[in-house]
Ligand binder design. Structure first.
Ligand code: PDD
Length: 285
């Protein structure tokens, strides 16, 4: 992999961030992850816009323009030599002078890196379907204590939910909001298919670019999409459940808390959307 840090490109093993960067000490940052497939970025502008919106919400002014960020990402990938890549862009509050706590007195930093493409679900899970667990431990945390629409390294609840899923013999968790509605998971959005319609939560989630691509694909093909509250009950009776992420695309699930979802095999709507999603990588940059 390759990284951009302090105005230069370096091998990823040599990229060092100062320990007092407030991105690290305060999680005062936003980031975005975009994929490169067969050498092409997928929806880079959508990812850059989301990064910009995150910066605005956190009142972070990146040290360089969005166009410069785009150029750096393109060069980072070129230098990495990767054709299938996971590319991360990070804007942090920066490194304060000793004792400074006022965010206005710190200069934001931009960092980026490219590593080989990441799959959230293993190859086996993708073929058979992921085993999911509804994470209840995190119900006690009132939604996320940060704005879930801003991508942030504040993953305490998401990581806790991952451990809960592992403890219960599942591969991945689905977080709930404490009022019987589901939200998302560590790095992915969640969709249910019921009565031929698609359901995905409207609030309490990151507005994923993969989620958006899937919604567009569905609407183009006259599949009804309901972006609204998704209850745990709906999830339990769904015909199909799938996860969406830049890291893995459309990933089918086969069980929820040990109970089969539909036929326990990746369903027709999921399979069709997954094929359609990967097809988009052939015709679009
Ligand atoms: N994660 N929800 C959360 C909390 C996420 O971190 C992500 C992405 C998603 C899916 O968004 P998108 O479709 O735009 O990738 C939903 C990235 C891939 C990560 O941090 O690795």
């Amino acid at each position: 992999g390759c990284a951009w840090i302090h105005d230069e490109f370096v091998p990823i093993s040599e990229a060092r961030i100062p320990i007092t960067d407030m991105g690290f000490t305060r999680s005062d940052l936003t980031y975005d992850v975009v994929s490169v497939w067969n050498g092409c970025f997928f929806r880079l502008d959508d990812h850059l816009s989301r990064l910009q919106r995150g910066c605005e919400k956190l009142r972070l002014v990146p040290p360089i323009s969005l166009d410069e960020i785009r150029d750096i990402l393109i060069t980072t990938v070129a230098l990495s030599g990767l054709h299938q890549a996971y590319v991360e862009a990070i804007v942090t509050r920066g490194v304060p002078e000793p004792g400074v706590r006022d965010p206005r007195r710190v200069s934001p930093q931009f960092y980026a890196y490219a590593i080989p493409y990441v799959w959230i679900a293993s190859e086996e899970d993708q073929a058979r379907g992921v085993s999911l667990a509804l994470a209840c431990d995190t119900d006690r945390i009132p939604a996320r204590s940060i704005d879930p629409t801003v991508k942030n390294f504040h993953w305490g609840d998401l990581t806790r939910a991952l451990f809960e899923a592992y403890d219960r013999g599942a591969s991945l968790p689905v977080l709930t909001d404490g009022t019987g509605k589901i939200t998302e998971g560590p790095g992915y959005n969640v969709f249910a298919v019921a009565d031929g319609r698609l359901y995905t939560p409207a609030t309490g989630v990151l507005e994923g670019i993969t989620r958006k691509s899937v919604i567009e694909l569905a609407l183009l093909n006259d599949i009804e999409v309901i972006v609204g509250d998704v209850t745990v009950e709906l999830l339990r009776v769904a015909d199909e459940i799938f996860l969406t992420s830049t890291a893995g695309g459309v990933m089918p699930a086969s069980t929820l808390d040990g109970m089969p979802i539909g036929t326990r095999r990746p369903g027709p709507v999921t399979t069709w959307l997954r094929d359609g999603y990967w097809q988009l990588h052939n015709d679009k940059r």
